[in-house]
Design a protein around this ligand. Sequence first.
Ligand code: AMP
Ligand code: ZN
Length: 473
Amino acid sequence: MALRFFNTLSRSVEDFIPWDPDGKTVGMYCCGPTVYDFGHIGNFRTFAFADLVRRYLEFRGYAVRHVMNITDVEDKIIRRVNERRVSLRDYTSQYEKAFLEDLDSLGCARPHDMPRATEHIPGIIEIISQLMGRGLAYASTDGSIYFSISKYRDAGCRYGQLVTLDFDSMRPGERVKSDEYEKESVADFALWKSRVPEDGAVFWPSPWGEGRPGWHIECSAMSMKILGSSFDLHLGGEDLMFPHHEDEIAQSEGTGAQPPGRRFVKYWLHGAHLLVEGKKMSKSLGNFFTLRDLESRGYNGREIRFVLLSAHYRETFNFSFDGLQSARPALARLDECLDKLSELAGSVQASPDPVLLKDFTRALDDDLNVAEARGVVFSWVRGMNQQLADKSLKPEGAASALAAWREVDRVLGIGRAGPAADCAPVEVAALLEERQAARKARDFKKADALRDAIKAGGWVIEDTPHGPKLKKA
Ligand code: AMP
Ligand code: ZN
């Protein structure tokens, strides 16, 4: 079976055939973080999904160029910079650094290119100039530049490739300046925002006066600069489909730079959201956890990665502490089996067991069915444990199993990675969650008893403004 992905462009599962005539190289872009704060684990669900796509393509023999931008200028960032009276770079660099640390903790391979928007202003200006030259962009009275949806459509292009839009309710020439807006307010969007006093020191010169780019044009400029005007895969969370990705298509295809018969992007993949009690985990709802929150509660990056990669990427799923707590025993089962296999294999080398690889590949070829792939891994663990128990496995068999596991783990990235010495045992982490629930219910007697139980386990709770932390007593 061929590798297949669900393409949002066609709303169907398609065979994956890259543009490269040799079928070897793949260009992949995933919208990166807006570095105005720490990322939450909902954001990291999307980045772990991108990591899985990249690793699986590599496993399938493709040479992948993985690009992820850093959005370091946009509405929210500018607001914070001016509130705190710091420079743009000083403000964003701390969160960029934290983001990379979090990516490492989660075992995500670093993308090959991580361009910053502020370092691509000339490229952004060039694209806007091209769109102006083609009559698809215009200046408003305040000097801002907008993309004209009606001119784009008059030129025979389609606006509304990823989502269905209602143009009847659209008033021609209506404009939207903010970076994020709803589908109902489909309107000409800002490419270049003229400088206003609230922007403080955040502005650049341009042929249209001082100002700054809109968010959408940043991704068009960076992706096309690095991967060319037409590339294979574009990823992001499902909330980016509209307006961000729709606008990226319009701007990029509006330049007319794509070779004949080629789209800006061949396959658009969108990851579903991580939810909390049925609602999207988001900063605005306040229902979020950062990786650091969870680490300080006694969980580690490996466990969190295991949870983030538990459901199919197109399915929303609820984050819960119960789910997170089940990661440690599952990983311990895996580790124990691998330890026994290593012991039996000794120094024997063997080629990878084709059965495990075949089943694993079948699952992931099917639009990256990671839930099924994990099922394959854990039933393999059961089978191995059985053979180890009844002593039917020989050292060659164990070596072959381990070689196959190493291939599988090049994709999943959940293998044991160093000791987690500073991590509280799962029972202690569970007591902390119980204590949190007791405090929420104002049962302080129970909460105190749980604190004592945690202490008896050799850990103390430190309450911080960001939530409780577990520290070794
Ligand atoms: P941002 O830093 O807000 O630009 O978001 C970075 C990425 O995280 C984008 O691809 C978003 O679609 C994605 N994202 C935001 N919230 C969630 C969530 N709750 N679950 C999954 N992905 C999310
Ligand atoms: Zn983007």
